[in-house]
Structure formats: C-alpha cells, structure tokens
Unconditional design. Sequence first.
Length: 202
Amino acid sequence: MDIIKKAALQGFAVSLLAVALAGCPLNKNDDAQLIVTPTPTPTPTPVVMTLTSTAFVEGAKIPTEYACTEKMGMNRSVPLAWNNAPANTSKYAVIMDDETSPCGANENACKHWAVYNIPRTITSLTTGQKVTDLAGVAEGMTYAGMCPPSKHTYKITTYALKDTMPDVASGTALTRSQFKTQYSSHILSEVTLSGTFDSTVP
C-alpha cells in the first residue's frame, strides 16, 4: 500500500513540474514572439487636377456644333469643368489651340480661345459661355470654332494660378506655349483635354 501511495505522489510531482515548465519560456528568444509589428500607415493618394467636358471625352471627336459655321457648326464654345485644383489657387486661365499642320507648334499654334482672370470660385464654363457676364474675367480671344481642312487635334488647358499672377488684359491672345513661357512662375498646376475634329468624317 505504501508503494502505491509513493508512486502516486511521484506522479503528481511530475505533473506539477510539467505545468510549471509549460508556463516558463524555454529560452530568451521566446519573448520576441510576443512583439506585435505595427501596421504601416498607407501613403495618401495624390489629388490630381482634372478637366472634363460634357460634349466629348479625352481624345474623342468634338461635336460639329462647336465648329465654325463654314463646317456646318454653330461656333459655340465647348462646356468645361475642372476640379481638384491646389488649395491655394487664386485664379484660373483657359486656353485652346491647335498645333496640327498647317498650324505650327508651340508659339506658332493656331489660336482658338483664351480666357483669363477667372476667379477661384468659378470652376466651369458653359456651352457658348458669354465671358463678359463673368465679373473681372477677360477674354484674350473670343472663341473661334474648329475649321480645319482635314482632321486636326485641339488642346484645351486650364491653369491653376497663384495669387501673384497678374491680371491679363482683354485682347491678349496667347497660345498655351506662350502663356506658360510668360507666366510659368505663377502656375500651380495645369491639366489638358484633347479632342479632334474632321469635317470630312460624319
């Protein structure tokens, strides 16, 4: 009977030792497994300025109504809307030109429209916009609808400008290249929308 009790006590002691060992780290490296790696902070996606038109999408044909009357158009300016300009934008400018031959490139592009001194509170121009209805806004060149002999590409750029940007006088017709060269230090951001026109294609 004493032998049985002694064996039972020894078994109990072994069980207690096993429990004690289970609660202790086996080596100094076990504690490292308890360290939680922090979740990296995601990099914010940069906000990009956009320019859109309800008349056409990037690279598409501009509808005939915005062409010159000689091409069966109505010579009405295209509707535009821009978004996500820098927070410190003071004013905008919008310029449309054509660099397809026989027009030249850069300062030699054919000029089609130029609107300056647009206040930051205005972020769109309607179809056939009457610029003189917009207080303080100057039209460097009234809208001249597309009138090409063949397929041409037209580019419209909206510029977000600093508060250091001087007002541009009415009648100052500039290409996009000329405007950027002359006022580059005042430009915060710019975005371009391109469209085509070919009167020989329905």
